[in-house]
Design a protein around this ligand. Structure first.
Ligand code: AMP
Length: 112
């Protein structure tokens, strides 16, 4: 989508500190980290929010979690990290391109 900031990151039109990329997914550092490790995993397919995930997207969403766990381990979280999807503005969703937050990097599991 032309007015979507995460589509612009995917297209290379605005910069991001990428941690992982393949033909379906990218992971990049959150610009305003809320934990020592805080990155986002997004699909290249524009899906606005978790509530918009269709049956055909199920494998892709599972892959986001698998890659998120892999990138978390590569970035020093050990097995202690949180996995968060926000759905809707009232739940704090500010960017309407589905994204998985991965937060961790403290001695004890990070808590909200
Ligand atoms: P949410 O509130 O779940 O929609 O989360 C959106 C996240 O995107 C926030 O944690 C922002 O800090 C992050 N964010 C927004 N713009 C950028 C950007 N250009 N690069 C990296 N992270 C961003």
């Amino acid at each position: 989508m032309s007015d979507c900031i995460f589509c612009k990151i995917i297209a290379g039109e605005i910069p991001a500190e990428k941690l992982y990329e393949d033909d379906e997914i990218i992971a990049f550092q959150d610009i305003a980290p809320q934990a020592p490790v805080h990155f986002l995993v997004i699909p290249k397919k524009h899906i606005a929010a978790p509530a918009d995930v269709s049956e055909e997207d199920e494998k892709l969403i599972g892959k986001m979690i698998r890659i998120g766990a892999q990138v978390a381990a590569e970035n020093g979280t050990g097995d202690a990290f949180r996995v968060i999807f926000n759905n809707g503005a009232k739940a704090g969703q500010a960017v309407f391109h589905i994204h998985l937050h991965i937060l961790g990097g403290k001695d004890k599991p990070w808590r909200m």
